[in-house]
Design a protein around this ligand. Structure first.
Ligand SMILES: C[S@@+](CC[C@H](N)C(=O)[O-])C[C@H]1O[C@@H](n2cnc3c(N)ncnc32)[C@H](O)[C@@H]1O
Length: 409
């Protein structure tokens, strides 16, 4: 077994080998270089959470990174990491601190690493969400999954775990309080997939592979990249699909809405058909009532709206239709032929459309969300359906338009 890197004070650092450091090496971590640096790191910034002796920070700088930051609560590690960096003539930024409570202000990093640390955290799901927000381009995790022997202590069927189909987070039960940050939370691969690809739409489908190290798993999550995203929204039965067809097939319609010609990739709020890699132009079909009476409750909590932040330019087209017309539309198209829960939901919405103020609060919340995307907002239009023709107006007019539509009913 490899010897550990030794500090002048005598502590042995056996977790991580750093070439060129005095003394011999701990574990060689270079098997992760491809997944971390394979997409390029030159001129980018990297954050390594729980950086230990700083192997990945030094490797990033050696490969031309614009900056490398490591955060590590173990003060002796930080001291030794600084000594090693100085001996190498490199200058990473090492922060002596706890990632879970560190205030990053508005700082972000192109690549964020979190290797073999989640099971040392008190609130790893919160930490994962912070990591997702901090990463401009990519996250790499190496994490401990529960093994069948961990599950034997629970009532969970280990066969489901072996089949890899169980989205489980296992909480260890340490005997002593000083051990709470060891092997505390363990995640199955499926649980990680749910967190990165179901709780948000900001990342491409993750890849999870087996690590040669301690049976760990390695996750790579790349942020989605969209050139121009057009969100077509409106209440249930307002004619979104028809409008999207026109935008996608009629350059004149694009022109009237201030959009460039296609081709447009069409997607919905589940974004299942969005490919990996950059997409130049996409149109999302988004039901304004998607959070209504669903567990997400609000636009901010809807995973689909995370995609808005991944677009370089965002355009929003919001349909406004008189409630009576929406009711007619729902009666004729949506209620016929539907079954079960969906039919019940449509019937409920049909009833609610009879209330004067039902849609007002949804529009209010919707336009507030859109306003928070102001820096990337290219167009923000409303399409008003009164008679046979549509009027296109700036979104600021929505309140007057809403009152007008109520007057018409
Ligand atoms: C098992 S070592 C992994 C070191 C390194 N990431 C690697 O994979 O080679 C875990 C490291 O995470 C650090 N750590 C534990 N909790 C942390 C936290 N809340 N914030 C930042 N680092 C933490 C520990 O001090 C330790 O250095």
């Amino acid at each position: 077994m490899a010897e550990s890197t030794q500090s002048p004070a005598g502590r042995r650092f056996s977790y991580q080998a750093v070439p060129g450091a005095s003394g011999a090496a701990g574990h060689d971590r270079s098997y992760l270089n491809d997944v971390i640096f394979g997409t390029g790191i030159a001129d980018q910034t990297i954050l390594d959470i729980g950086c230990y002796l700083g192997f990945f920070c030094l490797e990033a700088l050696r490969r031309g990174a614009a900056g490398a930051t490591g955060i590590e609560p173990d003060l002796e590690c930080v001291r030794r990491a600084n000594e090693i960096a100085a001996a190498n003539g490199q200058a990473p930024e090492y922060i002596a601190g706890d990632f879970e409570s560190w205030d990053w202000g508005g700082r972000r990093f192109d690549v964020v690493l979190c290797l073999n640390i989640l099971h040392h955290m008190f609130d790893p799901v919160h930490a994962l969400r912070r990591i997702m927000r901090l990463a401009r381009s990519k996250v790499v995790l190496e994490f401990a999954a529960p093994r069948p022997r961990d599950l034997l202590r629970t009532r969970i069927n280990p066969l489901a775990l072996l089949a890899g189909s169980l989205p489980a987070i296992l909480l260890g039960a340490p005997k002593r309080t000083e051990d709470v940050a060891a092997q505390s939370f363990l995640f199955t691969a499926k649980a990680m997939e749910v967190l990165f690809n179901k709780h948000t739409t900001a990342f491409e489908p993750v890849t999870i592979t087996k690590s040669p190290f301690k049976g760990r798993l390695v996750l790579e999550a790349r942020r989605r990249r969209i050139g121009h995203l057009v969100v077509v929204t409106g209440p249930t039965a307002s004619g979104k699909s028809t409008l999207i067809k026109r935008i996608a097939g009629d350059p004149a319609c694009c022109g009237r809405l201030g959009l460039e010609d296609g081709p447009w990739l069409l997607t919905d709020a589940h974004v299942k058909n969005l490919p990996r890699g950059r997409v130049d132009r996409a149109i999302m079909h988004y039901d304004l009532l998607r959070p209504y009476r669903r567990s997400i409750k609000a636009y901010d909590r809807d995973p689909a709206t995370d995609l808005f932040g991944e677009a370089e330019a965002l355009s929003v087209v919001t349909l406004m239709v008189a409630p009576d017309r929406l009711r007619d539309q729902l009666r004729t198209s949506e209620l016929t032929g539907r079954r079960g829960q969906r039919r019940k939901r449509q019937a409920d919405i049909h009833e609610r459309y009879a209330e004067r103020d039902f849609l007002r609060s949804w529009y209010e919340a919707w336009f507030a969300l859109v306003a928070r995307h102001a820096p990337r907002l290219r167009n923000n239009a409303i399409v008003v359906r009164r008679g046979a023709a549509d009027d296109i107006l700036p979104a600021q007019c929505w309140r007057e338009v809403y009152e007008g539509l109520l007057g018409n009913t």
